[in-house]
Design a protein around this ligand. Structure first.
Ligand SMILES: [Fe+2]
Length: 251
């Protein structure tokens, strides 16, 4: 099934993901073999390294990566800039100032937390970002143990959060508590996005196969489509509408 990625570290030399362009293209090759047809790319960002220079660098790397992909594989692989932002109380202001990036220049923000984050921080962060007009997507929620308590993930969704889980956590062993928890969330349709969170060609790779096998057996096809590309396409649709509006404004 075709997939659109919205959480990956495929741009070269900007974070702990791909080391260089050669590795970026290796990752892209594996991603395309798994039918990933486009990506919002999300180098790490935080209040500590936020700057306009960095966001411009990400945009520039997107353009270079797109051109290299076309050269190497003779395909148009759409790439859109974004960031995976480590939450702190400053990030809303830094987003407003353009020193951190939303996903594809929309209202959607991919935000991560330290694994030991208290629930009160998650709750307050969702409220704060929603109040400021952003749509927070909580990255790899399987890492936050406070969310294992019944009712919490539902409460955050009710308050406007979107939920992202990694393919590798879904495709893990049944003996893994994390995998079982992720699968339960999927069965209860508490997840909006599945992503590779790819960092390199081997260890955190663009592999989606095991997760897909499990999903095909246990989930409705319509829900799987939403998880692997529908929700990401909604982000890109918002981008398209925003561009049309601004084009009209400049005419
Ligand atoms: Fe990530």
């Amino acid at each position: 099934m075709k997939k659109v990625e919205m959480h990956c570290h495929i741009l070269p030399g900007i974070d702990d993901g791909a080391e260089d362009m050669k590795q970026s293209l290796q990752m892209l090759h594996i991603a395309m073999e798994h039918e990933i047809v486009g990506a919002i790319v999300t180098p790490h960002g935080s209040a500590r390294d936020a700057s306009r220079e960095r966001t411009e660098k990400i945009r520039k790397l997107c353009r270079i990566f797109r051109a290299k992909a076309e050269q190497q594989f003779d395909v148009i692989f759409p790439v859109f800039p974004g960031q995976e932002i480590l939450y702190s109380s400053d990030i809303r202001r830094l987003l407003d100032e353009g020193k951190l990036l939303t996903l594809a220049d929309t209202r959607y923000v991919l935000v991560e937390f330290m694994p030991e984050v208290p629930y009160s921080t998650l709750f307050a962060a969702v409220r704060e970002l929603r109040m400021a007009g952003y749509v927070p997507i909580l990255a790899h929620v399987e890492r936050y143990h406070v969310l294992r308590e019944d009712g919490r993930i539902e409460e955050l969704i009710h308050d406007g959060a979107k939920i992202q889980i990694n393919y590798s956590s879904v495709g893990g062993s049944w003996y893994s508590k994390t995998t079982r928890w992720c699968r339960k969330q999927l069965e209860e349709q508490n997840v909006h996005f599945l992503s590779t969170d790819m960092h390199d060609p081997l260890h955190r790779s663009p592999d989606t196969e095991a997760a897909e096998k499990w999903m095909q057996k246990h989930l409705e096809p319509e829900y799987i489509r939403m998880l692997v590309h529908g929700s990401a396409r909604e982000i890109l649709e918002e981008k398209r509408r925003k561009k049309l509006k601004s084009d009209k404004g400049t005419r």
